[in-house]
Design a binder for this molecule. Sequence first.
Ligand code: ZN
Length: 283
Amino acid sequence: MNDQAGVECGACQHWASDRAGQVDFHLPHRDIKATVWRCAFCGTYIQDANLDDPAIRHHFDIASYTAPAMEANWRRLRTDFFKWIIKVSRHHLGRPLSGCHALDIGIAYGIMMELLREEGAEAEGVEIVTALQAAVRSRGFIVHDRIEQASDHRQDLVFAIDSFYYLNDPSRSLTAIRSLMAPDGVLAMRLANRAWYFDFVRKLGQEVAAKRFGDLKYFYTERGARLLLARAGFQVERIYWTDRGRHDPRRLESIFYKLAPLANYLSPVRISPGMLVIARPAA
Ligand SMILES: [Zn+2]
């Protein structure tokens, strides 16, 4: 075992020992603290709390983005964005979605599944928050607790939109996803892209702020994401650095989203808010 402080990088499997900050998981009766580490090999940032721990999982039951009262708000903020992701995915799949099998990982309110059903796809989903599972099942959708429970070997499209970076063991999850996919299937994975920003604040001598890290497990870099996907048997087809149709409730972030394509064009570092990775099972 490695006795040096740090955590294994889930992206590239190197030992990440560069301490970058601290985050808190606020729970009803206690807070759980975690340390943020940066992987020197691929640049990915990782916090070392185990998100599979039931105590921490409870945090997701009470998070603002899973609260039933917030559903209308999230529909307003995300529907156009999801429509754009479906359009991009259809382009890469190369055929209409009618009759396709689609799996959405981290369905939240089921918005993506509804849009897929409108296009004629047979959609099933994965969600860990039981209240959300129940709500979406009541609308006639199949919702699983775990990725491994989804229908085997025939998913034409797999979506993991702003959910994959919560998965504690990304290698294992990707291997499971790959085994569920049709050989010519398409994986669309949207990841938050904030490692460049954390690198920047650390150059200024500051730690990564807990409120900027939030409750994610990983902030992947492009290098980290590519290494991870290759190891799990995927071939990256394209990465989109602009989020179309994504609305953000916070004013500063909203301005950033509008300026990001220009900044991205001018800067050698990819400084967009996110990356949409399109990948296929490698032959
Ligand atoms: Zn790494």
